[in-house]
Design a protein around this ligand. Structure first.
Ligand code: BDR
Ligand code: CA
Length: 321
């Protein structure tokens, strides 16, 4: 069983990833740190409590609020995709008696900063802990900048970020998580820690249509089914208007699947670099993924293919279990 720390900026697809992780018996979610990305870190932390409130847990992972701003660039958010509150505006929903439709979990938030909690968890589980990064890499970079030696005791970092052979989703060349904090991504790729990447090229292979979601939750009235339906609606509308289909990509769920079901995925080792300066290319990830061109020494393994049917079936089976 892998002990994991999830670093996240929830975000609709982050929520789906957290639910999948919490329902994966192969994983132990020891801690969760939040970071500004899709929404500001204050809202991201509230959202995390909403997500954990969906699960009837007797014990919670340790939670810490992370960085509010990227290392160098001003923060760019994605509320236009994920809804004003980052979870499809479900925080506005009320029951008949006025109470919250999706109440927050009553769990404590650590007084440690996100990066200090990461370092503390490495100490607790040396050579064992896997960091699963689902947002901009600011917290992880700060942990590396504070104590690079200690961070070498991570087992690995599995992250959703970057794009190699397709267009980006923020600019023509950049994917959101890397675009928001390219300097942090640079630190992570050059850290010497084993890095596994789920870029847009592979997350785009998994298409969750509104039709499929409705079919999966039809006739169900449990909290998670209602959450799946209500939290994804704004995002699906955005996709209908701007991407060309009614549905969404569940980007952040893929790194969770890569850990529990590596047989669904194909990866290649590569030397990955990130553009931190370019006017047109800020946040662009660059790597030659041709197997015969593996020079210089690889610093990451980049996922290039997923069995999307197997993964989506698995996702629903777990999340709705
Ligand atoms: C990534 O950007 C965010 O909007 C999603 O949550 C995901 O982590 C996809 O580019
Ligand atoms: Ca995310």
């Amino acid at each position: 069983m892998d002990r994991i720390l999830i670093d996240t900026d929830p975000g609709v697809d982050d929520a789906l990833a957290i639910l999948l992780a919490m329902k994966s018996p192969e994983l132990r979610v020891e801690a969760i740190t939040t970071v500004s990305g899709n929404v500001h870190v204050e809202q991201a932390t509230q959202n995390l409590l909403t997500i954990l409130g969906l699960l009837e847990l007797s014990a919670y992972p340790i939670i810490a609020k992370g960085e509010a701003h990227p290392l160098v660039k001003p923060l760019v958010k994605a509320e236009h995709v994920h809804g004003e509150d980052g979870l499809g505006n479900i925080s506005k929903l009320r029951n008949f008696d006025g109470s919250l439709r999706y109440p927050l979990a009553h769990c404590e938030i650590s007084t440690l900063s996100g990066f200090d909690l990461i370092l503390e968890m490495v100490d607790r589980y040396p050579d064992e802990l896997v960091v699963v990064a689902l947002g901009p890499l600011t917290n992880i970079s700060k942990a590396i900048r504070k104590d690079a030696k200690r961070m070498q005791r991570l087992q690995s970092i599995v992250l959703m970020g970057g794009v190699f052979r397709e267009y980006g989703n923020v600019t023509t060349t950049a994917e959101f998580n890397v675009f928001v904090d390219p300097h942090a991504a640079h630190d992570v790729f050059n850290s010497g820690i084993p890095v596994h990447i789920a870029p847009l090229d592979v997350t785009h292979q998994v298409v969750l249509t509104g039709e499929r979601l409705n079919a999966e939750i039809e006739g169900r009235s449990d909290k998670i089914s209602c959450f799946l339906k209500e939290s994804t609606q704004a995002c699906m509308e955005f996709y209908r208007e701007h991407i060309g289909f009614y549905g969404l990509h569940i980007h952040d769920a893929l790194p969770i699947g890569m850990l529990t079901h590596p047989d669904f995925f194909e990866s290649v080792d590569a030397y990955v670099q990130v553009e931190t300066e370019g006017n047109l290319t800020s946040g662009m990830t660059v790597a030659d993924l041709r197997r015969e061109r593996q020079r210089p020494i690889p610093n990451a393994s980049v996922c290039v293919k997923v069995d999307s049917d197997a993964f989506l079936n698995h996702f629903f089976q777990r999340v709705l279990s």
